[in-house]
Design a protein around this ligand. Structure first.
Ligand code: IPE
Ligand code: IPE
Ligand code: MG
Length: 249
């Protein structure tokens, strides 16, 4: 069961309202937001990146310990090269900014996914981010999923476990659910409590497949570039009304 932090009011006084420990978001609807305005899809991604900054900060301010966003899927390479380039440039810009400001902001930024195919300079920025994060004590954690796919993640975990079995280091009967969890990119964080998908789509699109087993989902028609703290508040309020049973009664 997740731990809950108490939301702090603007003046710092605690308010009796729990917030989820781990919130994840499928950042969707950037393209449609731009289309509605007669703008190129890339314009939607730029505003979407601003939304990510605002919501990540807001999450930290209200005491959410883990905030994880789906930024680029293993399937998103199918998009036009110009759009992929814009997204990669937005990641570059954000990572540079994060390296400089994360200590001061108290939010460590990490990136998960199959990073091996990303451009070398992006991988270096991610390594710099990791170095800065390692210096921080008990920070809030913002995780960007880039070239992330839930199935790809599970496949990689299975491969690593199979290698241990093959070498004799592990017996098949000793493989538990925990063995699998520990081989995922998210090994060192709790499962998400609340997964939000804006833009009206009601599917997971390959996001945190294993980790979402008991997550509460929240869907809204709001497009990601229009997503404001008040929408996050609505999602948290809805989450707080749910009864999580985890299979019990
Ligand atoms: C989400 O917005 C951003 C990424 C998937 C990278 P979309 O680009 O998917 O926006 P829509 O779904 O086309 O509106
Ligand atoms: C999911 O959005 C991936 C990210 C938000 C990064 P998509 O826009 O790629 O998902 P589909 O194609 O609508 O399922
Ligand atoms: Mg989409």
């Amino acid at each position: 069961m997740a731990l809950f932090n108490i939301l702090k009011k603007e003046d710092g006084t605690p308010q009796q309202r729990p917030v989820p420990q781990h919130i994840a978001v499928i950042m969707d609807g950037n393209g449609r937001w731009a289309k509605k305005r007669g703008l190129p899809r890339t314009a939607g991604h730029k505003v979407g990146a601003e939304t990510f900054r605002n919501i990540a900060t807001y999450c930290k301010d209200i005491g959410v310990k883990y905030f994880t966003v789906y930024a680029f899927s293993t399937e998103n390479w199918k998009r036009p090269a110009e759009e992929v380039d814009t997204l990669m440039n937005l990641f570059r810009r954000y990572l540079k900014e994060a390296i400089e400001t994360m200590a001061e902001r108290g939010v460590s930024v990490r990136v998960i996914g199959d990073l091996s195919v990303l451009a070398e300079d992006i991988r270096e920025l991610i390594a710099d981010c990791d170095r800065e994060s390692a210096k921080m004590e008990d920070p809030a954690v913002a995780t960007l999923c880039i070239n992330y796919g839930g199935r790809d993640e599970i496949k990689n975990a299975v491969r690593a476990i199979a290698q241990q079995v093959q070498s004799g280091a592990l017996q098949p009967e000793d493989i538990t659910e925990d063995t699998i969890s520990r081989h995922l990119y998210t090994a060192d964080m709790p499962d998400p409590d609340l997964i939000i998908r804006p833009s009206g789509e009601i599917r997971t699109s390959n996001f945190l497949l294993w980790q979402s087993a008991y997550a509460e989902y929240y869907f809204t028609d709001v497009l990601w570039p229009d997503f404001k703290p008040e929408h996050l508040e609505a999602a948290i309020e809805d989450f707080n009304r749910r009864q999580r049973r985890f299979g019990g009664v």
